[in-house]
Write a protein that binds this ligand. Structure first.
Ligand code: ATP
Ligand code: MG
Length: 565
């Protein structure tokens, strides 16, 4: 395997490679991602290969993307927008989205991508929190979701419409003609490393989404982690399937790949098994970064569905967003000739923190080891502060702050931000344990931990055991209050094709879990569902299963996607 795992480059070396302009110490993500490559003679390399829903294809070279982003920056300037102003983008994965992202950064404004399928209310609250000055969207989204309340966002000065031939809705500006008329000459603004660059909203899995602020200096870590966690090299054909509306789709779907001068595949369409498999084959994808929810869908379709395709171009597969069941690791190794490498990080951390890194032995079910230069620990919150736990003990996953892509604030939530830091550690809110060889194992979200008859149970362990059964496609496990046991374990599952929900199957699944996990940990009840409630970024919302079970209010469900009982 091509590998950099033994390279001498470390996190602190990454910090030295800060991409600062020697003339003034400025760092601008757009300059590092685009201009640098064009200036060093790589302007003709394809930066972005776009695959349209309807079969259309479009290639943008590094020079094309630089020019388009410069035109977008000029449009912002021509409309009187200034450094630090806030640009929201609400559109599908089209080339213009990428030009807007980089043009915003080039001009020194702050970029916030939102997932285009959001409803009006989640859009409005996020634009309020982010103080949106500019919105880039389509005419249809604008008419349906924005126009009714546009006046309620007084900061909003400019709405740019990406589609249509110049006939933008009233009060909006057509982007196409504006780009054509704008100057392609717009050198990147000399932003300081600590200048705001991006706002990303968290997935809302555990509650109301937070707006995490990231700075231009983060680019040093995007560059480093792309190489060392994903094996990105100049010219690599890379496909990150995440939408830029989530942090993965920006850190590793825009910035890291471009900074590392790869050719990125951008697919406009949503998940479709045959389309995905044929894309890998046709485009010769070498590095593929996706999420457990998609991998479980592939598993559900079976190895037969993958058999007709040639996956020999693939050299590194990685997964993020949710725990990757051990079953998925072994399955992928058989089907793709490469296992998926799990890695762990958060919107807050801006980049990959713990990973099964290229060249490292993969331990199915483990998130891997901390990246070079990243110090992780397992801690326990006590009255007097934090206590570090020993190998094997379950506690909260914590990190020593200091890497460049760490968030600098939760917007308008200072107290919530401050609470993340104790005794020089950043507390992730996730529970994990570390084994004697330094691998980290995810246990669950702190909120999802189940305490039953003196045992502490992470839902992931129970879910993984259920998924091992041939009938089960996905599982979500929660604890519900019980007078004698404290809590009892309850599981919700979806089934693979060919299996029917029945009392008999319920008993079989409980028996299977008991055999694998022991009576104390196995679920007392297994319920069948058509799908599990998930966030749009593909995470199972266990808190929602629990709230419903207990008849409690559902809380913030602005990011909820699938939900069929
Ligand atoms: P919110 O903070 O709003 O509740 P969220 O935590 O789901 O939402 P993200 O920042 O998108 O928002 O997701 C980060 C979280 O996703 C992590 O804290 C962790 O719980 C989970 N996660 C990410 N990668 C992994 C992984 N490899 N294994 C297990 N869990 C993971
Ligand atoms: Mg979170």
């Amino acid at each position: 395997m091509d590998s950099h795992a033994n390279s001498q480059e470390t996190g602190s070396a990454a910090a030295r490679e800060d991409f600062a302009d020697p003339r003034d110490g400025s760092v601008n993500i757009a300059r590092v991602a685009l201009d640098r490559h064009v200036e060093s003679g790589h302007g003709v390399q394809v930066a972005l290969r776009w695959l349209g829903k309807d079969g259309a294809r479009r290639d943008l070279t590094y020079a094309d993307l630089r020019d388009l982003s410069a035109r977008f920056a000029s449009v912002l300037r021509d409309h009187g927008l200034n450094r630090g102003d806030s640009v929201f983008v609400l559109m599908g994965r089209e080339p213009e989205l990428y030009a807007c992202a980089l043009g915003t950064l080039r001009a020194g404004l702050v970029f916030t991508p939102l997932f285009s399928a959001f409803g009006p209310e989640p859009i409005r609250t996020r634009m309020e929190i982010g103080g949106a000055n500019v919105l880039v969207t389509t005419a249809a989204i604008y008419r349906r979701k924005i126009a009714p309340w546009r006046d309620q966002i007084p900061t909003l000065k400019l709405v740019l419409i990406v589609d249509g031939d110049g006939d933008a809705p009233e009060g909006c500006t057509a982007l196409g003609p504006a780009l054509d008329a704008a100057s392609p000459d717009f050198p990147a603004v000399a932003t300081a490393p600590e200048d705001p660059a991006l706002i990303h909203f968290t997935s809302g899995t555990t509650g109301k989404p937070k707006g995490a602020l990231h700075v231009h200096g983060a680019v040093a870590y995007h560059a480093f982690s792309g190489r060392h966690a994903l094996d990105l090299q100049p010219g690599t054909i890379f496909w990150c399937t995440a939408d830029p509306g989530w942090v993965t789709g920006t850190s590793y779907g825009i910035i890291s790949p471009l900074v590392n001068r790869v050719t990125m595949i951008v697919d406009e369409a949503e998940f479709d098994l045959d389309r995905w498999y044929s894309t890998i084959q046709a485009e010769g994808v070498q590095v593929w970064y996706t999420a457990p929810t998609a991998i479980r869908m592939m598993m559900r379709a079976g190895a037969e569905a993958a058999a007709p395709y040639d996956f020999s171009s693939l050299r590194f597969l990685a997964s993020v967003g949710e725990p990757l069941n051990p079953e998925a690791v072994t399955w992928s190794a058989e089907v793709f000739g490469q296992p998926f490498h799990d890695n762990w990080w958060q919107t807050e951390t801006g980049g990959i923190m713990i990973a099964n890194q290229p060249g490292m032995e993969v331990r199915p079910g483990s998130m891997g080891k901390p990246m070079p230069g990243i110090t992780a620990g397992i801690v326990d919150r006590t009255e007097g502060g934090l206590r570090e736990l020993h190998d094997g003990e379950i506690g909260e996953l914590a990190l020593r702050p200091g890497w460049p892509s760490m968030m600098r604030a939760y917007l308008h939530e200072e107290a919530r931000y401050a609470k993340c830091f104790v005794d020089g550690w950043y507390l992730s809110g996730d529970l994990a344990r570390r084994d004697a060889e330094g691998y980290y194992w995810f246990v669950g979200r702190a909120d999802d931990l189940i305490k039953t008859s003196g045992h502490l149970i992470g839902p992931f362990e129970v879910e993984s055991a259920l998924i091992e059964h041939e009938a089960v496609a996905e599982a979500g496990v929660i604890g519900i209050p019980d007078e004698t046991a404290g809590e009892i374990v309850k599981a919700y599952v979806t089934l693979n094709p060919g299996f029917e929900a029945s009392d008999g199957l319920e008993r079989v699944l409980r028996g299977h879990a008991r055999k694998r996990l022991g009576a104390a940990v196995a679920p007392r009840a297994v319920l069948f569902r058509k799908s599990l409630p998930k966030t749009r970024s593909g995470k199972i919302m266990r808190r929602l299963l629990k709230a419903r079970e207990l008849g409690l209010p559902e809380g913030d469900i602005s990011t909820l996607e699938t939900d069929e009982t």
